[in-house]
Ligand binder design. Structure first.
Ligand SMILES: CC(C)(COP(=O)(O)OP(=O)(O)OC[C@H]1O[C@@H](n2cnc3c(N)ncnc32)[C@H](O)[C@@H]1OP(=O)(O)O)[C@@H](O)C(=O)NCCC(=O)NCCS
Length: 386
């Protein structure tokens, strides 16, 4: 069966919701579902359908326009979500066509990167995605949580004032690679009820959004961030107060576990959750947007990419005096496949990790040393689920 990619408008909404309902609710879509429009509450998005020769919707997904941060860099990114194939069309290649043609579609929209939370990493690897980050889901008995004391002023508000936290969140999130520059869409999704928002510092240096499950039932942290170490202590001081009638606390952390900073205790449960996969869509464009390192340097690389062969190069990357250029080269000092390039670009597994694991071939040591200066290691995480 050959499938065709269609960007659905509202005339195809009923079919789109029908497939999603079959996949995610295990039943045909209700009349109410079939009448829903395809908009994504203020976020630019596309509803994609892989349709059969006879025009039936076989597989669907959404592509959401996000801005992903890599340190100080903002990367236009397509977030793939809600992937599903009508059970009547499974194992016919419908989702594979959707994933393959979706790459070209996203690239044509000016997106340089694609990311997703996989149900099975192996399926998405076929299309060039690679696992690169996660967040820790932590649970601790209150006597083992990383509480501390702080004198920062504390302000308690309702979760509807979350957008005020944007500056603190951005300063926090830019310490890693893979986090979203949050829009109103992201903040709205965090506003579930009943949740309490607490700011520390004036102006705010930290905040925490918590759900109190009831006396002795536990505290669940839905979001927290800080822009300074004092803000981190302020947040954990507030949490200690909130836990005075609780037995446990649950929260999420980026891979480097910033809440602990020398305060880890045995007996804390940590689960690796929300493994993130990324895929470079525009190799020369991504390289060009990196800030030039100090001084001058150059390296050349080839990126094997069967689905978007224009990414292959080889590319010569050269910088001097703050200016960085990327242009076609005759030969390559480094060679890797698109999956490895994607993780090296994001920062983890990094270029040096890939070399150690035999996934980067090095013809020229000078190229390798210079590439390390541009593509440094950074832990990858995404604190938002989509
Ligand atoms: C995951 C899912 C989207 C895959 O959809 P699909 O359309 O069946 O995918 P494809 O047909 O392209 O590929 C699926 C498998 O069929 C195989 N396949 C593809 N064409 C085939 C054909 N003509 N004959 C036999 N097998 C075929 C593929 O090789 C693949 O094999 P695998 O089981 O080793 O991975 C679908 O199973 C689904 O909707 N699952 C439930 C929802 C879900 O998990 N969504 C993902 C959330 S991230």
């Amino acid at each position: 069966m050959g499938c065709r990619l269609v960007v659905a408008d509202d005339s195809r909404a009923a079919e789109f919701w029908h497939v999603l309902s079959l996949v995610y609710s295990g039943r045909p879509a209700s009349e109410e579902d079939r009448n829903r429009t395809l908009g994504s509450e203020g976020l630019e998005s596309w509803s994609l359908i892989s349709e059969t020769d006879s025009g039936q919707a076989a597989a669907v997904c959404r592509a959401l326009r996000f801005t992903v941060m890599r340190g100080g860099l903002d990367i236009p990114t397509g977030g793939i979500a809600a992937v599903g194939t009508d059970p009547a069309h499974r194992r016919t290649g419908a989702a594979s066509e959707l994933m393959t043609q979706g790459l070209r579609f996203m690239k044509d929209q000016g997106l340089q990167l694609a990311s997703l939370y996989p149900y099975r990493d192996r399926f998405y690897r076929r299309f060039g995605y690679e696992s690169c980050g996660w967040r820790w889901q932590l649970k601790a008995p209150v006597e083992r949580a990383p509480f501390t004391r702080s004198d920062l002023p504390v302000r308690t508000v309702g979760a509807d004032q979350l957008a005020e936290a944007a500056g603190v969140y951005e300063a926090f999130a830019r310490r890693w690679s893979g986090n979203h520059l949050r829009s109103a869409w992201h903040w709205r999704r965090l506003q579930g009820d009943p949740r309490l928002l607490v700011f520390v510092g004036e102006p705010a240096e930290g905040y925490v959004l918590v759900e109190n499950k009831g006396f002795w039932q536990g505290i669940k942290v839905h979001d927290m961030a800080w822009s300074t170490p004092a803000g981190r202590d302020g947040v954990w001081s507030v949490l200690q107060g909130l836990c005075s009638n609780q037995n446990e606390i649950e929260w999420n952390e980026p891979p480097s576990l910033p809440s602990f900073a020398g305060r880890w205790e045995a007996g804390i449960e940590a689960k690796m959750a929300n493994a993130l996969m990324c895929r470079a869509l525009d190799v020369p464009g991504l390289l060009r947007s990196l800030p030039a390192p100090d001084g001058s340097g150059r390296f050349s690389l080839r990126v094997r990419d069967e689905l978007l062969p224009e990414n292959e190069g080889p590319w010569l990357v050269e910088w001097e005096g703050g200016r960085l250029e990327v242009r076609p080269a005759d030969r390559a000092g480094l060679e890797l496949d698109i999956r490895s390039f994607s993780t090296a670009y994001m920062g983890s597994p990094s270029l040096s990790d890939l070399r150690q694991e035999g996934r980067l071939s090095v013809q020229d040591e000078g190229s390798y040393r210079n590439a390390l200066r541009l593509l440094g290691a950074i832990p990858v995480t995404c604190m938002d689920f989509f």
